[in-house]
Design a protein around this ligand. Structure first.
Ligand code: AMP
Ligand code: MG
Length: 363
């Protein structure tokens, strides 16, 4: 990946970032219908593919280095496209390196603990990307819009006074700072949906029988509290976008555009972490060379001592079928190998030798 492309990603997401300390009014400052000059979906989809490719590459390094973790917080109102965004954006990464957790109304057990408890237990480990589909930010959103949720938390009087929200912003900022200091980077994405687009998506969920399950009457009733949510979002963005864990507001009315933005934001966070494959030192390399000699000595009769090295020397670039050589390079390598096999057979070489070469190549 050239620096140029990395810069373009950073440039692309810059307008979505909430400047720490800025006072945000969501409806005024962010347009849910924005698409950043992309006229056609097709142009955008190419960028999405690039973002996904980049994430895959960086995630492999993140896992190998095993030092940093990445937490992606995804917040939005119903029907904003959280699930679809996760599905699309993470489609290219190794499932072993990703965990996705969703958070519903807290259970009795969860209510028996402090409000961050269940989220702390769900954090990604080092080397992992963790996605929170809804998060501790519900604690200053739905809980704020519906204070009966706060009642259920059985807080001591001192913790549920009028400054409860200010305290929660502080708790969250401090907690995120602590996590960041300990190697866990955090990026936060708000999928910003317009009221009208939500109405249309709710109707779609009613009109398509296979989608009926997605809509509860309560979801539709929440629309009555639209302005309260916008206010809660605005204050959340103003109070909790920090240098160490910034908020990004992603225009949500066009799903394809929202996905490009989310992929770019996550890719950018990985680029900033800049994880590297661990390198072994000279002593360890010497041991590996010793093991190599032993493995080569074990080659069966007629087999190349190291078919991998042989195919690399033949200009294959990377191991056959391994690593991440470009698709084109891989195809070219395959073609070259096939031609080589053919030539060998035609020259009437020893059949067993041709077979071993094919085996080595086809791995
Ligand atoms: P969904 O993500 O659509 O399956 O819905 C999950 C529901 O759980 C939403 O209505 C959220 O508002 C609600 N929820 C999530 N976290 C909390 C919380 N801390 N307190 C109360 N309700 C919550
Ligand atoms: Mg729902």
């Amino acid at each position: 990946m050239t620096d140029d492309r990395l810069e373009r990603i950073a440039e692309f997401i810059a307008p979505l970032r909430v400047t720490p300390g800025a006072k945000v009014t969501l409806a005024r400052d962010f347009d849910p219908g924005e698409r950043a000059g992309f006229v056609r979906k097709k142009d955008g989809l190419e960028l999405l593919d690039r973002g996904i490719e980049l994430m895959s590459e960086y995630q492999a390094r993140l896992a190998a280095q095993d030092t940093y973790g990445l937490l992606v917080v995804l917040q939005a109102l119903d029907a904003a496209g959280k699930d679809g965004t996760i599905r699309h954006v993470m489609s290219g990464v190794n499932p072993q390196g990703v965990s996705v957790r969703s958070f519903k109304v807290p259970s009795a057990e969860e209510l028996d603990h402090d409000y961050l408890w269940r989220f702390a237990r769900a954090l990604p480990s080092r080397g992992e990307i963790g996605i929170f589909n809804r998060s501790y930010y519900e604690e200053v959103l739905v809980v704020r819009v519906h204070p009966e949720n706060l009642e259920r938390q059985r807080l001591p009087r001192s913790a549920r006074g009028r400054d409860v929200w200010r305290r929660r912003y502080r708790d969250i900022n401090d907690w995120e700072h602590y996590l960041t200091d300990n190697g866990f980077r955090i990026v936060k994405i708000l999928l910003n949906l317009s009221r009208e687009e939500q109405r249309v998506r709710f109707l779609r969920r009613i009109d398509l029988p296979d989608h009926n399950w997605k809509l509860s009457p309560a979801d539709a009733r929440e629309r009555d509290r639209w302005d309260d949510y916008q206010k809660a979002f605005s204050e959340m963005l103003s109070q909790t976008s920090t240098d160490w864990a910034p908020w990004y507001v992603v225009p949500g009315d066009r799903k394809w555009f929202a996905r490009i933005c989310a992929a770019a934001i996550i890719a950018n966070a990985l680029i900033e972490i800049d994880p590297r494959y661990p390198r072994v030192d000279a002593a360890q390399r010497a041991v590996l060379q010793q093991v190599k000699a032993e493995l080569e000595a074990q080659a069966p009769e007629g087999a190349a001592p190291d078919p991998f090295a042989a195919s690399r020397a033949a200009g294959d670039g990377d191991a056959p079928g391994r690593g991440k050589g470009g698709k084109k390079a891989k195809k070219a390598g395959k073609k070259a190998r096939k031609a080589e096999e053919r030539a060998r057979r035609e020259a009437g070489r020893h059949e067993a030798a041709a077979e071993t070469a094919a085996e080595g190549a086809g791995r």
